[in-house]
Write a protein that binds this ligand. Sequence first.
Ligand code: GLU
Length: 493
Amino acid sequence: MDVEPVRVRFAPSPTGRMHLGSARTALYPYLLARRTGGTFILRIEDTDQKRFVPGAEKELVEGLRWLGLNYDEGADIGGPYGPYRQSERREIYHQHAWELVEKGHAFPCFCTSDRLEKIRQEQLKRKENPRYDGTCRKLDPDETRHRAAAGEKYVVRFKMAKEGYTTALDLLRGAITTENQALDDSVLLKSDGLPTYHLAAMVDDHLMKITHVIRGSEWLSTFPLHVNIIRAFGWQEPVWVHLSVFLKPTGKGKMSKREVAEAIKDGHSIFITDLRDLGYIPEGVLNWIVLMGWGVSEEDVMTLDEMIARFDINNLTPSPAAINFAKLDHFNGTHIRALRSEDLAARIKPYFLQAGYRVEDVKLLKIVPLIRERLVTLDDCLPFAAWFFKETVEPNPAELVAKNLTASQSADIARKTYEILSALPEITPELAEPPMRALVEQLGLSANQVFGILRVAVTGQSVSPPLFESMEIVGKKKVLERVKRAIEMLEKM
Ligand code: GLU
C-alpha cells in the first residue's frame, strides 16, 4: 500500500464529451489521493486547437462535481503550481523545448509540410513506417538558433537515440522494452508555438510534482518517447499506470459511434452528464465504473468512502473491461435502495416539480418507502408515484373492468368495496386489508380481480406501489371519491 501522500492529476483534453473512460481515468487517481492523504489535480490539456470543443471543459468540471470527485488544485480553482490550463503555459513549454535543444536532445526543424508529406508518401510506397527522415537533425546548432531568431517557421523535434533500447516501466504491465531505432523524432513544439502532448504533459507532470501518472492505454505507444523526454531533462520519473481499455458490451472491440447512439435510445449512455439526466445517481455510476479495471469482486457494492478505504493501486488490472449496462442498472438500484429516506426524497423531488406537481415534503417522505424498491433510476419515481400528487386521477374505463368479469360485475364489486371502506374510521393497511380480503373470499374471486378494480380507481393506473399503504397516504375522503367515480364509470359502460 502506498503510504506517502501522492500528487496525482486528471488531465483531460477539452475535445469532446466526458464519458465513462474519462470518469474512470479521474476516479482512480482521486481514490489514490484520498487514500494516501495526497493531492488530486485537474489539469486542462487544451493545446490542440484543431480539436478544441467549446463547452467541453465546463462539462468535465460539471461531471467531476456531480460524481463527487473534488479536486484540490485545478484550472478554475488555482493552486500553488498553476496555471492549470496548458494554453496559459505557452512560455513554459517554449523555454523547456529550447532547454532540450541546448542540451542536444532536441533540434529545431524547418522542413515544410509539403516536403514532409512527400517523404511520407515515398516511405509508404516503400512499405516503411512513415517517420521523420532526419534532415534538420544534422544542421549546425548556431545556424538553427539564428534562423529561428530571424523568424523562420520551425518546429522542435526530439532527437531520439538511433541505437540501443528504451525500457519503460508500467506498474500494471511491467517493463516494456522498445528498440530506439523504431522510435521517431517526434514534434515537441509545433509551428504555432504550442507544445504537443508529449512535451506539455511531461513538463507539467514534473513542474506540478506529479508522483503517479494514471492515464489511458492509448498512450502506451508513445510511452517510450515520454520516458526518453523525462530522462533527457534529467528528471525523476513518476510511477506510470496505463489503464485497461473499455470494450463494447459484446466484449469485441470498442463501441462505435452508432452503438453509442443506440445505447442512448435504450435509456443508457456512456456520457456522464447523460447518465445524470437519465436518473442515475453518482453512487451507482461510480460503483459501476470503479469495478471495470480494479481486481476486486465485480459484485462489490461500495460507496465512494468505502472505495477510498479499500483502494490499492497495485490491484488495478490491465485486462480489458466490457461495458455492461445491466450492471449499471443493478448498482444504481442497489445504491438507491441504500439511501436514507430524506436523501432519496430530496433527489426525486425535482422530478415531480419539473413535471408540474406541487409536492408536500411530509407526503413525499411517506411515499419514499413504498417506491424505493422499484426504482432503477430516479426518474422511475414518476410512473410509480406522480399520481399521488394529482387532485384527481383519470382511470382508463377499460382498465377498471376486472379480468374475466363484465363491467356490471366489476361495478358490483366496486360498490361492495365502497361499503367496506366507508365503514372504516380511517383507511390503513391494518384496518382495510382484512375486510377486503374477506370480500375476495366471499366472492370466490382472486385478490387480483378485486384489488385491481380498487387500484385503478384510486391510482388511475394498473401498476402502483402497495395498494393499502398508498390508500393510507391518499386518505379516506379522496379514496372514497375515487371509488364512487369508478362505480359511475363502470355503470355507464
Ligand atoms: N490530455 C490527455 C488525454 O485527454 C491526457 C493523458 C494523460 O493523462 O496524461 O488523453
